[in-house]
Every structure is written in structure tokens, then in C-alpha cells.
Design a protein around this ligand. Structure first.
Ligand code: CU
Ligand code: CU
Length: 325
């Protein structure tokens, strides 16, 4: 059941959600109701078990919680193995997408190194198309993942000193680039500064969309993959602990995406590469833009986070923090 249009989904969701002007507009269009059953159980608040998100409560833990930072030790090798794999994934309840993945998930695995580590990534192309891995950061030309295209069945090892510190990303750079990114070949790359960041609960959020009907527009949006996932499974945090989010936007087709937090403000460090920050509750990101969000929650309770493009929110890019003492 991947033959969804954006409008069909909005129509399906409309009876369950208070009618915003956008949803009312969609209802007025009277589009085909074929998809209605997928969201028939949607609760008005889109919270908890009634939320139309696939998966179990810990399915995305490996994408949400990054590997621990290691102390600065120049020359240490951080080695990762990544395989490109064609795989059908469930991007919303009952909606499947024929993805191209790194290691079977969209986004791919979180890579982490400390500045001056040697980052070594052994890449094997087990997919059906030529792929590469292009990293953001500073590295030699032959490690850039543009010209050394890896054919199906082939492999390539990327190796370079990890720098500069910050929140980065990686993605396939084969052509057509738009297709290789839209299909799901991307992930987060964290490079830690030589002086450790202060303690925090660390999370990774990679923003993206899924064009499930192949019309060149996204039908669903999510954080670390599936639509509505963190609405179904709110992220539990403590008020006493800083929440640090490594945030990146890999959304294809739409020119911008955004992150908006309810009920509080956060420090936003663009690219995570310096000390200067903006104190805000909303940041806008184009594709490839990323940064570090640091939240010190003022209050306990349930707080929403979502794209401040309302349509993205209604198509899956929303979630909750559950803040306790
Ligand atoms: Cu590719
Ligand atoms: Cu890029």
C-alpha cells in the first residue's frame, strides 16, 4: 500500500484531527478515500498507541542515541563498516517504501569520531545501483565520494583524519543525486571537539521525507525515519539534564525543513562547530544544513517538537518529549 498521495493522506487524517484550514481544504477536494483505514485509529492528539506509526518502542534507539564520545587521542582509528542494501521499509503505518539504505535503515547508522581520530569507513555496495559515500568535512579529493563510484558488488575504503569538529552528515553522491538521496542513502556524522562537551543526554535527529508514489513530492516526513514515531513513543528526558540534539536535514524535494520546540527555548549552534549560538525555539534548515540543539527544560510534562511547516507536521514530522524530574 504505497500508492498514497499527500492529499489522500490529508483526507484520511481529517476526520480524526481537528480541522485546520489546511485539512478543511483537503476535505473539500473530495479525493479518493482508499487510504482511510490506515489512519482510522488516529487519535485527535496523535499521541501514544493510537498514533499511526510503525514499529516497536525501541526500534529506533540505535539511530536516536549516538555512540558515546571518546576522549581526544590523535591518530586513533575509528572504523565503521557500511553496506548499501536495497530494502523495503515501513515509513508510516501500513505504508511501505522501496528504499536504498546504508546498513538496512533510513537514515543509515550514526557515525562518530573525535577530532584527529582517523575515520575509516569500509563501504560495500550490496545494492542494485552504483553508490558512494560523500562525507561533509575536510578530506582529500579521492575520499570525497564523488568520482570513485562503487558499482554493485564493489567496495571502497574511505580513510581520513576526522575534522573539523561539529555535527556533519554523509550521503550517496551518485547521479542522479536527487534520486539517491530521496531513496534514503544518508546519515549523521558527529565529530567531537578535542575538549569534551559538557555532559548531556545526547540524541540524534535526522529529518527527511519519503516520496512513496514516485511523483517527485514527499508523501510522508519523519525524524530518524518513520512518520509519527516519536508521537507514538515520546522521548523521555529529565528536567535536570541538558538535552543535546545533533540535528541534520536530509529532506529531498522540499527546499527547507525546520525544528520547532514547544514550551521552551534552546541554544542552537550552527554546524556545531563553534561557541556562538542563537537562543530560539525554531530553526530552519535547507538540505545538508545541520547543527546542535541544547535544551534545558524549564518545566516537566509533555512538550511537542515538530516541523514548523504545518503540512510536514500533519504528514508525520512531529513528536513529543516527556519531561520528568
Ligand atoms: Cu547512491
Ligand atoms: Cu552533502
Amino acid at each position: 500500500m504505497s500508492n498514497f498521495t499527500r492529499r489522500q493522506l490529508l483526507v484520511a487524517a481529517a476526520p480524526a484531527v481537528a480541522a485546520t484550514p489546511l485539512l478543511k481544504l483537503a476535505v473539500d477536494q473530495k479525493s479518493a478515500p482508499a487510504a482511510t483505514h490506515h489512519l482510522a485509529g488516529a487519535h485527535a492528539d496523535m499521541t501514544g498507541a493510537m498514533t499511526p506509526a510503525p514499529g516497536g518502542p525501541h526500534d529506533l534507539d540505535a539511530l536516536l542515541y549516538p555512540p558515546a564520545a571518546l576522549a581526544h587521542q590523535p591518530g586513533r582509528v575509528r572504523e565503521y563498516e557500511i553496506a548499501a542494501v536495497d530494502r523495503e521499509i515501513e515509513v508510516a503505518a501500513g505504508v511501505f517504501f522501496a528504499a536504498w539504505t546504508y546498513n538496512g535503515t533510513v537514515p543509515g547508522p550514526v557515525l562518530r569520531a573525535t577530532e584527529d581520530d582517523v575515520l575509516r569507513v569500509k563501504f560495500a555496495n550490496g545494492g542494485s545501483h552504483p553508490h558512494t559515500i560523500h562525507f561533509h568535512g575536510i578530506h582529500p579529493a579521492n575520499m570525497d565520494g564523488v568520482f570513485e563510484v562503487v558499482e554493485p558488488g564493489g567496495s571502497y575504503t574511505y580513510e581520513f583524519p576526522a575534522r573539523p569538529y561539529g555535527m556533519h552528515l554523509y550521503h550517496c553522491h551518485s547521479t542522479p543525486l536527487k534520486k539517491h538521496i530521496a531513496k534514503g542513502l544518508y546519515g549523521a556524522l558527529i565529530i567531537d571537539p578535542p575538549a569534551a562537551r559538557r555532559p548531556a543526554l545526547e540524541l540524534v535527529m535526522v529529518l527527511s521525507g519519503f516520496d512513496t508514489d514516485g511523483d517527485g513530492a514527499n508523501n510522508f516526513y519523519g525524524v530518524n525515519g518513520p512518520a509519527f514515531y516519536y508521537a507514538k513513543y515520546p522521548i523521555r528526558v529529565r528536567r535536570s539534564q541538558t538535552v543535546r540534539i545533533y540535528l541534520a536535514n536530509l529532506t529531498e524535494f522540499d527546499l527547507i525543513n525546520s525544528f520547532h520546540l514547544h514550551g521552551d527555548f534552546f541554544r542552537y549552534y550552527p554546524t556545531g562547530s563553534g561557541e556562538s549560538f542563537e537562543y530560539t525555539d525554531t530553526v530552519m534548515l535547507c538540505q545538508g544544513q545541520r547543527g546542535i540543539v541544547e535544551i534545558d527544560f524549564s518545566n516537566t510534562g509533555r512538550f511537542m517538537f515538530h516541523a514548523h511547516q504545518s503540512e510536514f507536521t500533519e504528514l508525520g514530522w512531529m513528536g513529543f518529549f516527556e519531561v520528568t524530574d
